[in-house]
Write a protein that binds this ligand. Structure first.
Ligand SMILES: C[S@@+](CC[C@H](N)C(=O)[O-])C[C@H]1O[C@@H](n2cnc3c(N)ncnc32)[C@H](O)[C@@H]1O
Length: 261
């Protein structure tokens, strides 16, 4: 199996640029509304990345609560930690989703957004999330199904080749469609399932899909027989389509909220 996307300094910078786009900032706001963190709650963010969501949840739980953001990427933990210590109740540290460094029944809420699709042992990660959650507590998961992508191109074959190579960036690029069943198997009761679309019907520099062009381009180059020249031609065509006002991009992320009984 080929190697999935690892967040070294380069990939982390591309991820950061994406997370600061208005598309993602808006979606983070919708996500926090769906999570509904309350003052005093203890929250775990598994695979926190640059820690934007954990920091915002820290605002909601306040100093009587606590937020832990864990990740396996030292580069992203550095970014999360650099964001300041003015909220000592928000902590970032190393931790793996399949071996959580916390006791049983410890958290009111456990969140993991855009992470489980990168983990080959999802069932064990779900058992760990269940273990550290208190009875009655909620788990909140967000993942993308990469089959849901609609991206206008005049060269459909090239687009399909690039997206097929990109699927290798995740351990399961179609996780949402089996996640309800996996949650039930891990002992959760499902409370809600929602679709969170990323939609760019027009082209813009500071949009999710424009940042995605860079992230995909750097990953697929020299993979599955795709040359750097083909990658560059694919990226230029999308940007040209954008300049010609013919742009269209849509992708679905899926939110699952479940309870530990
Ligand atoms: C696409 S980023 C999502 C970051 C963040 N959750 C967000 O949505 O803003 C995926 C993150 O999962 C982390 N990750 C991957 N495998 C992990 C594991 N086994 N345990 C903890 N974190 C993991 C990566 O290092 C990366 O920070």
């Amino acid at each position: 199996m080929s190697e999935t996307l690892k967040y070294d300094m380069d990939a982390s910078e591309r991820l950061m640029a994406m997370y600061l786009t208005p598309d993602i900032v808006t979606q983070r706001g919708q996500l926090i509304k769906a999570i509904g963190p309350k003052p005093g709650e203890r929250v775990l963010d598994v695979g926190t990345g640059p820690g934007f969501l954990a920091a915002e949840i820290g605002e909601a739980v306040g100093p009587s609560g606590h937020v832990y953001g864990i990740d396996v990427s030292e580069a992203l933990l550095q970014v999360a930690n650099a964001k300041g210590t003015h909220r000592p109740w928000v902590e970032f540290c190393y931790g793996d989703a399949v071996r959580l460094p916390f006791p049983d029944n410890y958290f009111d809420i456990v969140i993991s957004t855009q992470v489980l699709e990168y983990i080959s042992d999802v069932n064990n990660a779900l058992i760990e999330l269940h273990r550290v959650l208190r009875p009655g507590g909620h788990v909140v998961l967000l993942d993308t199904d990469w089959d849901s992508i609609v991206w206008h191109s005049t060269d459909k074959m090239r687009m399909n080749r690039i997206l097929s190579a990109w699927e290798e960036h995740a351990a399961d690029p179609h996780l949402p469609r089996t996640l309800s069943h996996k949650l039930l198997q891990a002992g959760f009761q499902i409370e809600s399932q929602q679709v969170f679309p990323m939609f760019n019907p027009t082209y813009g520099q500071n949009t999710f899909s424009n940042r995605l062009i860079d992230l995909i381009g750097s990953f697929v180059r020299n993979r599955k027989g795709i040359s750097p020249a083909e990658t560059d031609a694919w990226a230029s065509e999308l940007r040209q389509i954008g300049e010609n006002s013919e742009y269209f991009f849509s992708l679905n992320r899926y939110l699952f909220i479940a309870t530990k009984l």
